[in-house]
Design a binder for this molecule. Structure first.
Ligand code: S3P
Length: 183
């Protein structure tokens, strides 16, 4: 029987404030993998912040940039070193992106936390998150999206865990080990 090889990428999904970036960075450090933040790539490629994209061009334009960034990232991941990828909260929900991610066959981990927790975490940074400007619409979005996030293969609760504990839990459930020099 052949052993299951380690995946070459792990995708972190979940609502804004779930901890995708901070936990993703901690997991990447632990595994000695690269860390990629899809939102950051979009900003670098567009040369403006996500908030500015929403204001100047609207959400649909942002979603098109997001899909283009995901497509180019996935092409790079086939060749490059293994990566932990933090996806923006809406990225896995668009059908086109879901198809791209499924074809990549890397595990998706839903970072889960109650709405009150993500709201508090986003407190200081709501200005950078156009879809978290107002609490009640954000709560409705959270509730509408959660069943979709639950379709990810794995779920890790980040509410009662520190960033390091959440990263350790992901490594444990996926049986991930640090990459050796020769890999
Ligand atoms: C979004 C989440 C944001 C960013 C954009 C839209 C969403 O990323 O992609 O503001 O639709 O949930 P984070 O989840 O990293 O905050």
């Amino acid at each position: 029987m052949t052993e299951n090889p380690q995946p070459r990428a792990v995708f972190l999904v979940g609502f804004m404030g779930a901890g995708k970036t901070s936990v993703g960075q901690a997991l990447a450090r632990r595994l000695q993998w690269q860390f990629v933040d899809l939102d950051q790539r979009i900003e670098l490629q567009a040369g403006v912040t996500i908030s500015e994209i929403f204001v100047r061009a609207g959400e649909e334009a942002f979603r098109r940039l997001e899909t283009a960034a995901l497509r180019s990232l996935l092409a790079e991941l086939c060749e490059g070193s293994p990566a932990v990828v933090a996806l923006g909260g809406g990225a896995p929900l668009r059908e086109e992106n879901a198809v791209l991610l499924a074809a990549c066959r890397a595990p998706q981990v839903f970072l889960d936390a109650p709405f009150e927790v993500v709201r508090q975490r986003c407190g200081a940074t709501v200005a950078a998150r156009p879809l978290f400007n107002e609490q009640e619409p954000a709560r409705m979005l959270y509730e509408a999206r959660r069943p979709q996030y639950l379709k990810a293969q794995f779920r890790v609760d980040t509410a009662a865990r520190s960033v390091e504990q959440a990263a350790a839990e992901i490594a444990r459930v996926l049986a991930l080990e640090p990459t050796r020099e020769d890999q």
